[in-house]
Design a protein around this ligand. Structure first.
Ligand SMILES: Nc1ncnc2c1ncn2[C@@H]1O[C@H](COP(=O)(O)OP(=O)(O)OP(=O)(O)O)[C@@H](O)[C@H]1O
Ligand SMILES: [Mg+2]
Length: 141
């Protein structure tokens, strides 16, 4: 885990409806550009964030969902973006299975979580029957 030196103030967005995904993407784009991520890395972070936000809409429907996004500073002053997705939904029963390509409880492709993990530099999930939190980090090269 990289050392956090000077964390910038964070932005918080509610994730309750389809329209909120647009704002999540816009904020991830703005923060990743500000942190100096290249266009390809910006797009990877946005794609991962979109999947996690969509999961909140799909699986935590009606529960409070939100994302906190902020710039972080790691080793040797390297900048990055951290996004923390939280919901008060039913939680993920089996995290190992949820991270397996093709596993879906909704007839989806089952690629959201494992795909997101591949697109970012760090991803941690904690989940209980009271809700789920997924943290992703992408660093500037
Ligand atoms: N926030 C969440 N709360 C509860 N369960 C979740 C949450 N996110 C994911 N899951 C569970 O993990 C499984 C895998 O998620 P993943 O995003 O990889 O696939 P999917 O959503 O089923 O399909 P896809 O994302 O490819 O359309 C889901 O089917 C669901 O059971
Ligand atoms: Mg999904």
């Amino acid at each position: 885990m990289a050392v956090q030196l000077t964390d910038a103030p964070e932005s918080v967005l509610a994730i309750m409806a389809e329209a909120d995904l647009v704002q999540v993407r816009q904020l991830l784009r703005a923060e990743s550009a500000r942190a100096g991520l290249g266009l390809v890395d910006q797009t990877k972070l946005i794609t991962a964030g979109s999947e996690l936000a969509r999961n909140i809409l799909t699986y935590a429907d009606g529960a409070r969902g939100s994302v906190r996004i902020h710039q972080v500073t790691g080793q040797r002053g390297r900048l990055g973006v951290r996004a923390t997705f939280t919901d008060d939904g039913p939680g993920i029963d089996d995290l190992d299975r949820a991270l397996t390509d093709g596993y879906s409880t909704s007839g989806g492709l089952g690629l959201g979580l494992p795909g997101s993990k591949r697109l970012v530099d760090e991803m941690t999930i904690s989940s209980t029957s009271a809700g789920t939190t997924v943290v992703i980090v992408k660093w500037a090269r």
